[in-house]
Design a protein around this ligand. Structure first.
Ligand code: NAD
Ligand code: UGA
Length: 434
């Protein structure tokens, strides 16, 4: 079975590499020649733990190739995955499906009869049916199957998530599509990973509902943190205890500076927009979007108020990526917070283990540092924004000695007040007593 993977971003590259690891012949296509040139040269284009080893091995063994030639690849493929971006459309928050439709048109022109076309990108309900109709119109009389196969991997643990998912969701309209998916996911199937075979529409809604629910959980605990701060509570104790109820679950209850990333923000906006459009208001998620945006701004306000109170003029920011173990900065809280700090007249020094290359062009005026210690040197305030392991065991006495001021805002609750004992640092965390 030959697989074509259209789009070699975070999802396409990980999926392509992992299908090759399953033993299939995979051709990854991207329209960006710079990405393909680097991949052909054996250079991994994103930072994702474990990906480089799998990529190099499968490329070396000839199961994984990279090209910009969509037409030839698709003409020879049995299963064609679409893993292109579905960003937010400016203004209304709806998902911009132009890349999906463009890819579908190119695929329609080149596919062989009997091809199985799979949308792995996150697309609003109705898109698979639309794409199916569009391809049917472009190639009348040519048989093909349409499959919706949303992806649930997380950045930073994408390889592990792909190879060991909680479940695989497959939306189909015919048996051929379902059979093809059973084949491509056979290695997981054999390990008894549940495979939900359902309709195209259900699969689309499942993906958005899952992300919306997780984003809602994070937003919920962030508001609990606010209440804890006003009342002397401790959000970690509260989260731990409520999470022990299996109906609630312990995951995604870490309070922080607001969720970011390439998906939660855009997917909650798109989900809410779909609700408005279909006259089925998703009021809860509308609120989640608003609360999360306000939260990022309120984190900047906290730091600015402390700076004004203490006469501080500079801030060290540790962590720019939206979460650890990725170089992805899309909609990262840092991108909202840093410009607000700068506008308030604060000089910003920053460090991130992997995200600097992506961040430098979009955060002008920041002084980039090679280490956390270099970043805190001379800073009045240190803000820990991303919980990279490298920031979990900082020598806080050294940090205190290097800083000109003594305020530490730990917006990920990495440390405890006891860790700060004897350092002279004034500790501010999220939803916990001082
Ligand atoms: P991305 O922006 O990192 O990558 C998309 C790639 O597709 C780009 O390299 C682009 O050049 C390429 N592309 C666009 N049109 C093309 C075409 N016609 N032919 C060939 N290549 C083309 O996107 P991503 O983060 O991988 O996300 C892809 C989809 O997967 C989105 O719908 C997203 O919501 C969903 N998703 C993402 C994640 C994640 O962790 N990033 C997880 C689950 C689902
Ligand atoms: C998320 C989902 O977890 C994946 O299942 C999904 O496939 C993906 O979106 C997607 O559709 O793209 P990802 O964005 O990579 O994955 O990362 P998460 O670990 O979910 O974190 C998202 C954001 O929420 C981060 O900013 C993170 O810091 C924040 N978060 C997460 C919290 O603030 N607290 C938590 O307890 C969990």
């Amino acid at each position: 079975m030959k697989i074509a993977m259209i789009g070699t971003g975070y999802v396409g590259l990980v999926s392509g590499v992992c299908f090759a690891e399953f033993g299939f012949q995979v051709t990854c296509v991207d329209k960006n020649p710079a990405i393909i040139e680097r991949l052909q040269a054996g250079e991994v284009t994103i930072y994702e733990p474990g990906l480089d080893e799998l990529l190099l091995r499968n490329a070396r063994d000839g199961r994984l190739v990279f090209t910009t030639d969509l037409e030839t690849t698709v003409a020879d493929a049995d299963v064609i995955f679409i893993a292109v971006g579905t960003p937010s459309r400016r203004g209304d928050g709806e998902a911009d499906l132009q890349y999906i439709y463009a890819a579908a048109d190119e695929i329609a022109a080149a596919m062989k009869p009997g091809a199985v076309i799979v949308i792995k990108s996150t697309v609003v309900v109705g898109t698979n049916a639309d794409v199916r109709a569009r391809i049917g119109k472009a190639r009348p009389g040519v048989a093909f199957s349409m499959v919706s196969n949303p992806e649930f991997l997380r950045e930073g643990s994408a390889v592990e998530d792909f190879l060991r998912p909680d479940r695989v969701v497959v939306g189909v309209h015919d048996d051929a599509g379902a059979a093809a998916m059973k084949r491509v996911y056979r290695p997981l199937y054999l390990r008894e990973t549940p495979m939900i075979v359902t309709t195209l529409e259900n699969a689309e809604i499942i993906k958005y509902a899952a992300n919306a629910f997780l984003a809602m959980k994070v937003t919920f605990i962030n508001e609990v943190a606010d209440l804890c701060e006003k009342t002397g509570g401790n959000v970690q104790d509260v989260a731990r205890a409520i999470g022990m109820d299996n109906r609630i679950g312990s995951k995604f209850l870490h309070a922080g500076p607001g969720f970011g990333g390439s998906c939660f923000p855009k997917d909650t906006r798109a989900y809410a927009a779909t609700g408005r459009k279909m006259n089925a208001p998703q009021t809860l998620i509308e609120q989640v979007v608003t609360i999360n945006e306000q939260r990022k701004r309120s984190m900047a306000t906290r730091v600015i108020e402390a700076a004004q109170k203490n006469g501080e003029k500079s801030v060290a920011v540790l962590g720019i990526a939206f979460k650890p173990n990725t170089d992805d900065i899309r909609e990262s809280p840092a991108l909202d917070i840093i410009p607000v700090l700068q506008k308030a007249g604060l000089a910003v020094r920053a460090h991130d283990p992997e995200a600097r290359v992506a961040a430098e062009p979009v955060l002008p005026g920041v002084t980039w540092c090679k280490s956390a210690y270099e970043a805190v040197e001379g800073a009045g305030i240190t803000v820990l924004l991303t919980e990279w392991n490298a920031y979990r065991a900082l020598d806080l006495k050294r940090v205190a000695n290097l800083m000109s001021g003594n305020l530490l805002f730990d917006l990920r609750n990495v440390y405890s007040a006891q860790d700060l004992d004897g350092t002279g640092l004034e500790y501010h965390s999220v939803g916990r007593p001082l």
